[in-house]
Write a protein that binds this ligand. Structure first.
Ligand SMILES: Cc1cc2nc3c(=O)[nH]c(=O)nc-3n(C[C@H](O)[C@H](O)[C@H](O)COP(=O)(O)O)c2cc1C
Length: 133
């Protein structure tokens, strides 16, 4: 499995992960669930009206962390906005329940992909393994 697929499969299996951003010198963290591999990149979804979106516009550096079955992954890098309709549509196809709130053509739906990113898989049983995304 490709690295990015492996990370996305882990996030899918974990169901939820925590996304950290920065607001000035204040860290902000919240639960997220969306993850999609598109053209070999790891995408997440949010709404442009949310504070998280504004924080990423001001400073794209972000980390996510998920824990599942004794293992955890941390992905760190930059989250870059992608306004292409087809990526938004693919995200909404993976998460049809989001279609109640979002559409690929509204002004709010936002997808972002990880750039300059690395993922570290950790557990108490084995040394950490870091891979480039
Ligand atoms: C399990 C779970 C998964 C979530 N997944 C997402 C998600 O993928 N995208 C999103 O924008 N909000 C998601 N949310 C809602 C955000 O956590 C919530 O809107 C949060 O307030 C956004 O952060 P902000 O207030 O700093 O903008 C999720 C909430 C939960 C409980």
């Amino acid at each position: 499995m490709e690295t990015v697929e492996r990370v996305c499969a882990f996030l899918d299996e974990a169901k939820a992960y925590y996304l950290a951003t920065a607001e000035g010198d204040q860290p902000r963290v919240r639960p997220f669930g969306t993850a999609l591999v598109y053209e070999g990149k790891l995408y997440i979804q949010t709404g442009k009206v949310k504070p998280v979106s504004n924080q990423l516009a001001a400073n794209p550096k972000a980390e996510i962390c998920a824990f599942d079955k004794g293992q955890w992954v941390r992905v760190s890098g930059k989250l870059i906005n992608d306004d292409r309709r087809e990526v938004k549509a693919a995200m909404l196809e993976k998460y049809p329940s989001l279609k109640r709130m979002y559409s690929a053509d509204d002004d709010n739906t936002q997808v972002l992909y990880f750039a300059d990113a690395e993922a570290t898989f950790s557990s108490f049983m084995a040394p950490p393994e870091t891979v480039e995304l």
